[in-house]
Design a protein around this ligand. Sequence first.
Ligand SMILES: NC(=O)c1ccc[n+]([C@@H]2O[C@H](COP(=O)([O-])OP(=O)(O)OC[C@H]3O[C@@H](n4cnc5c(N)ncnc54)[C@H](OP(=O)(O)O)[C@@H]3O)[C@@H](O)[C@H]2O)c1
Length: 307
Amino acid sequence: MTTFTNYPILVTGASTGIGHHLTHYLAARGHPVYATARKPQDLEMLAKIEMVTPIELDVRNPTHVQRALTLVTERGQGLYGLVNNAGLGELGLCVTWTDEELINLFDINVFGPHRMTNAFVRLLIEAQGRIINIGSQGGMITSKYYGPYTMTKHALEAYTQALHLELEPYGVWVSVVQPGGIVTNAGQNASSGTLAKIQRATPPFKDEADQILEAFQQPSVPQPDAPESATNRKPSSPEIVSRAVYEALFSPTPKIRYLVGTHWEGNRVLHALIEKLLDENDNPMHNYSRDQLIALLDEHLGQRQTP
Ligand SMILES: NC(=O)c1ccc[n+]([C@@H]2O[C@H](COP(=O)([O-])OP(=O)(O)OC[C@H]3O[C@@H](n4cnc5c(N)ncnc54)[C@H](OP(=O)(O)O)[C@@H]3O)[C@@H](O)[C@H]2O)c1
């Protein structure tokens, strides 16, 4: 792959986890990085990294977003990449979430990327640049207790796809990177919100919430020698996310979706998608036979192989 230097990139949520790793990863490869954070100590820490300009930014705050745009514009180097990484991962039974909590989650995980994109889109068109949304495998699948979080990541999938179609004619490529479990502070950062939701459950959900609480407070001990399973997860390093983002930013033939994680996690997504496909096929209008389904799959595989 061609090495690109001096292609400025903005990363939201650079204080910890994936955003922090990515900031180092890009800066180490010669890219000026605008790294956003909310707390003064995080901004100070980011300022010490060579090639990094810290920006105070809460993605829910339109004034912060406009201020960031002014700063980047006045720097005069343009903007090649926008990585919408900032996110919150609180869990809990759907029925325990208040409207305000759900609105706040969407404000960060969905409206945040929308706000940032709208602010920076003209600079990105000028640079013929790229937008990378950090989604999740939870944008493709869901499970109990992950409802609201995966609702936001499903929304981000639709947003990415629509934006991709709308911006490609203007020279901007939009992708979503979909990590599985990654070793970060996400669980810890979301723990007080998650705990509050579990604790406020009332009958008939109380017994189940008590069991979740117990599992939450005494997580099962990982078995490194046993294969990965739903109860023995093997989260990956943020490095694999940074690599996928880099590929999405600089590959001459970028993809729209980058599924990132372990083999077990990838299998889980593919099985869930096949189940959804079979659900869709199970209706009077599209009840294709097994052979017809396989022919459809072959047709699409063939289209992808055509140069
Ligand atoms: N870790 C995983 O297993 C995993 C899996 C799939 C997808 N993801 C996605 O990856 C992204 C990064 O998550 P992470 O695992 O690195 O979590 P993390 O360590 O908790 O980092 C989240 C980042 O988002 C920032 N943030 C939160 N609310 C914000 C707001 N209102 N405005 C601006 N920044 C805000 C946090 O800043 P503060 O420090 O100021 O709170 C922090 O920098 C998220 O979009 C997450 O959904 C993570």
